[in-house]
Design a protein around this ligand. Structure first.
Ligand code: AMP
Length: 252
C-alpha cells in the first residue's frame, strides 16, 4: 500500500531511514492519467523507492478561475499510485509548503519570460519555487518530468545546474491518446465537442506547414492562439479551446 505522508516532519523521519536506497520522485498536480503513469513506471523501475507528490500549486496559477476549476480526483489517483506500487504519496497542504506565504521566490530572467511565460506572468516563478521546495523536502536522487511541459523541463534542468543541485532530471516522452491529443489533466474539462475540435491542434502542429501558417489556420478554425514557436528541433504551441488552455510540442 502506498503510504500517504502529509507532513514534512513525517517524511524527514522516513527519509532518514532510507539512507542508502535510491529515491525517484515524480511531482504532479494530481488528476493522474497515463502521461503521469509513464513517469511513475519509469521511476519505479529505476529506483528502490518512488515518491509521487500531489500538490495543486496555487502560486503557478496566474488565473484564479483556472486554479478553482483545476480537476481534482484524489480517490482515483490513490488507486493508480497503489496499482503501480508507489511507495509514498507526499500530499501536503498549502501551509506546509508555503510556510513563508510565498515571501521568498525563485525566478529565472530570460527563458521563463518567453513562450508560456510571456502569456502567464509569474507562472514559472511559482513552478521553480515549488519544485525547489519539493526537492529540498524529498531529497530524491532522480526526478521525472514530461516533455509535454517542455519549457518547464528545461527551466528545471537549468535551475538544478545554476544551484549545483545533485538531482538527476529524467526527461520522459509525451504520452498521447490514440487520436493524437496529448494527455493532460485539463482535457477532463473539455466537452465531447471541444475535445474533437482540440484534435486540430496536434494535427496542425505536426504538419509540414510553417509556424505562421499553423498560427493563422488555428485562429481561422476558432482557437485562441497564444503562440506557435520553434526551438531545439521542436515546434511548441499553446492554444485555448473555450476556457481551457492546452499546450503541446512535436519534434520537427
Ligand atoms: P502536472 O500534473 O500536469 O503538473 O504534470 C506532472 C508531470 O507529468 C510533469 O512533469 C508533466 O510534464 C508530466 N506530464 C503531463 N502530461 C504528460 C503527458 N501527456 N506525457 C508525458 N508527461 C506528461
Amino acid at each position: 500500500m502506498t503510504r500517504i505522508i502529509k507532513k514534512i516532519s513525517e517524511w524527514r523521519k522516513v527519509r532518514n531511514e532510507t539512507e542508502n536506497k535510491s529515491i525517484g520522485f515524480v511531482p504532479t498536480m494530481g488528476a493522474l492519467h497515463r502521461g503521469h503513469e509513464s513517469l511513475i513506471e519509469k521511476s519505479v523501475s529505476d529506483n528502490e523507492i518512488t515518491v509521487v507528490s500531489i500538490f495543486v500549486n496555487p502560486t503557478q496559477f496566474n488565473d484564479p478561475d483556472d486554479l478553482q476549476n483545476y480537476p481534482r480526483a484524489f480517490e482515483k489517483d490513490y488507486e493508480i499510485l497503489n496499482s503501480h506500487n508507489v511507495d509514498y504519496l507526499f500530499f501536503p497542504d498549502y501551509g506546509e509548503i508555503y510556510n513563508d506565504n510565498y515571501r521568498y521566490k525563485l525566478s529565472e530572467s530570460e527563458f521563463s519570460k518567453i513562450l508560456c511565460g510571456k502569456f502567464r506572468p509569474g507562472h514559472f516563478d511559482g513552478v521553480l519555487t515549488v519544485v525547489m521546495k519539493l526537492f529540498n523536502i524529498i531529497k530524491p536522487h532522480k526526478a521525472y518530468f514530461g516533455e509535454k511541459d517542455y519549457q518547464q523541463l528545461k527551466l528545471i534542468e537549468g535551475m538544478c545546474k545554476a544551484f549545483f543541485m545533485d538531482i538527476e532530471i529524467i526527461q520522459c516522452p509525451i504520452v498521447r491518446d490514440v487520436d493524437g491529443l496529448a494527455l493532460s489533466s485539463r482535457n477532463k474539462l473539455l466537452s465531447e465537442e471541444e475535445r474533437k475540435f482540440a484534435l486540430n491542434f496536434p494535427r496542425l502542429l505536426k504538419s509540414d506547414k510553417s509556424k505562421e501558417e499553423i498560427f493563422r489556420e488555428l485562429e481561422n478554425l476558432g482557437f485562441k492562439v497564444d503562440y506557435i514557436e520553434e526551438m531545439d528541433g521542436r515546434r511548441l504551441g499553446a492554444v485555448y479551446v473555450g476556457n481551457v488552455r492546452l499546450i503541446d510540442n512535436v519534434k520537427i
